[in-house]
Ligand binder design. Structure first.
Ligand code: NAI
Length: 333
């Protein structure tokens, strides 16, 4: 049976990098039926809704989904398409590996860590109100249920990938109740995983250690806002947004996407780097249990990056998206 994959090309450079990723995954030899569905600004323009019900249904019924970046329509009343997608499909875990890539020069050449971010609550609960004019409150919601669930996801990921340690990143010294609960839940779940070491780190100290000594971290688990910020930082450690993949995972459901946005400054010019979405496709193949194909695509990508001859502008080259994609397809062994 071919895999049924929902693909959301999205906005800006989204369709360009989605097409590239689809081509590479098709060339890896698996049978994939792509079901293209809309979301974002383009969906609003064409269907009157930035996140049509048809798109949600397609993602729910597919084996997995591959998503390009989407722009949130400007104006009151529109929530982020990404936040809505994660909340409506209960994609509670954001998984972002940061691993040094061959040929990409960065400050450190041996980064290999995973950020696991809680995706459904914290300050992204959307609970904001004006108390009196000039005073606004945003509610930061932390629940035992979501905290235990994300902690368990982090430990299960660590176990599956033969990782040694999970670090809970928090601010429980100040946010004693909310982050106190998050840390407590992580500690309790840690007791179920005696084969994996556990420690914790205050978020500001974690930020400092990440930029000075990122090798000390293995799997890091944190609430939504801290994860949003620190996972972009870890992306910067390994070459930036153009090369960092991610997955949003729920119960038997996952959406794989690059962490970058729609890059309006280069959209439509055919020069975007598709590496992040191709690597998201690699994560998708692993999620589907297709380890061999995942390894092949990853090897091909590494070969092209290491050779350094066919690189897009963000990596210092002058190749187009198409030339880079052709090079990766040709490098498949
Ligand atoms: P951005 O990631 O789109 O762009 C930041 C910079 O990185 C730009 O200079 C851009 O050219 C460059 N860049 C990003 N991806 C690249 C790639 N694959 N190849 C080469 N260069 C690349 O961030 P920005 O400008 O803050 O956001 C633009 C739009 O994207 C906004 O509407 C935002 O809401 C949306 N966005 C969507 C996301 C998603 O759907 N997952 C994530 C982040 C932002």
């Amino acid at each position: 049976m071919p895999y049924s994959i929902a693909v959301i090309p999205g906005d800006g450079i989204g369709p360009e990098v989605a097409e590239a990723a689809q081509r590479v995954l098709d060339a890896a030899g698996l049978e994939i039926t792509w079901n293209e569905v809309p979301a974002g600004q383009s969906a609003l323009e064409q269907h009157g809704d930035p996140l049509p019900a048809e798109t949600l249904a397609a993602v729910q019924s597919a084996d997995a989904a591959l998503k390009g970046p989407t722009a949130t329509p400007k104006g009151v009343g529109f929530h982020s398409v990404n936040v809505a997608l994660r909340q409506q499909l209960n994609l509670y875990a954001n998984y972002r590996p940061a691993r040094s890539l061959p040929g990409i020069k960065t400050r450190f050449d041996d980064v290999d860590l995973i950020v696991v971010r809680e995706n459904t609550e914290g300050l992204y609960s959307g609970l904001e109100h004006t108390v009196v004019p000039g005073v606004v409150e945003s509610l930061r919601v932390i629940t035992r249920k979501a905290s235990e669930r994300i902690a368990r996801f982090a430990f299960e990921t660590a176990r599956r990938q033969n990782r040694q340690r999970v670090t809970c990143v928090h601010k429980a010294n100040i946010l004693k109740l909310s982050d106190g609960l998050f840390l407590e839940c992580c500690r309790e779940v840690a007791e179920e995983f005696s084969d994996i070491a556990f420690d914790d780190c205050i978020v500001d100290a974690a930020a400092m250690k990440l930029v000075s000594d990122p090798q000390v971290f293995d799997v890091m688990v944190m609430e939504n806002l801290f994860g949003d910020i620190l996972s972009d930082l870890t992306s910067g450690l390994v070459g930036g947004l153009g090369v960092t993949p991610s997955a949003n995972v729920g119960e038997n459901l996952a959406v794989f996407e690059a962490v970058h946005g729609t890059a309006p400054d280069i959209a439509g010019r055919g020069i975007a780097n598709p590496t992040a979405l191709i690597l998201s496709g690699v994560l998708m193949l692993r999620f589907l249990g297709e380890k061999e194909s995942a390894d092949r695509v990853e090897r091909a990508l590494h070969t092209v990056l290491a050779a350094g001859k066919t690189l897009t502008g963000d990596l210092g080259g002058n190749s187009s998206t198409l030339e880079f994609t052709n090079a990766v397809v040709s490098a498949l062994d």
